[in-house]
Design a binder for this molecule. Sequence first.
Ligand code: ATP
Ligand code: MG
Length: 291
Amino acid sequence: MSVLDRIAERQLVVVTGKGGVGKTTLTAVLGRLLADRGKRVLLLEVDPRESLHQALGTEPSGGGIVQAGPGLSIQNLQPDAVIEGLVREKVPIPYLARKITESVAFHQFVEGAPGLKETALLGHAYRVLHGGHRPRTDLVIVDAPATGHSATMLAAPGLLAQAAEGGQLGAMASDLAAFLADASRCGVVLATLAEEMPIQETLELIALLRAKLGIRPDLIVANGMYPPLPPGAAQDPGRSLWRARRRLNEAELARLSASWDGSLLELPLLPLDRGPALVNALASLLKRAEP
Ligand SMILES: Nc1ncnc2c1ncn2[C@@H]1O[C@H](COP(=O)(O)OP(=O)(O)OP(=O)(O)O)[C@@H](O)[C@H]1O
Ligand SMILES: [Mg+2]
């Protein structure tokens, strides 16, 4: 079974990595690839700066679901809005629901409860998958916050379940924690650059996920690789710089491979701006990069 086959079997995939390494781009690439395989995929973006729509060439989500092609949609999600939506659902009288969400006590609870916001985001993904939503979604891919924050996010439902000690909220958090711990349904994909700091953070995140949550990533993607230097006249500065970057990429990949024996795929740095052309080109390269 190839790594993309394995990821296609998942219900939830969390894409994370250091800031700026290509998480959003990779989320769009995986979404495109898996939708092309006939999966109904929802990409959830947590970042309020909203850039996923630019990668896929749609209008911004602004919180709603936006179609990005056959079988592929995106949604930008803000935790406060998700939590307020839950209150409105449980308290169907609009006036009362508003009184609750506008109260100081409610805001103190939302800000103070450990892991509540992160749990709300993952809980939204769980409800999209299992809450009887139509049209059905087979797979949710989360464009997660950068490294440390994503480990906090994945640990949040377990912490909240302990803190809530039963009750409706505790039961919901504990169901979600069990779902996240199920390696047959949930996976993590790490994006990185083959440079010193991102590789260091990747190694630290692998160790953290294992120690804290018992999670082993499905895949690491080394993005933005300088392509090998084509043969030709050797001495101009541009070529020297290219060669130096390529050597650095290779050395850092070797350092990663010395501690990581799981799936590792490379994507090149392409001379294309953020947008569908870049995503489509990277999607066909990722498919071909599979052994
Ligand atoms: N393989 C690539 N070739 C060319 N450009 C790329 C490649 N991968 C990503 N980019 C570009 O690099 C920039 C950063 O990528 P992206 O927004 O996906 O990173 P990110 O990890 O989501 O960043 P952030 O941490 O800020 O959310 C974008 O402009 C994107 O188009
Ligand atoms: Mg991003």
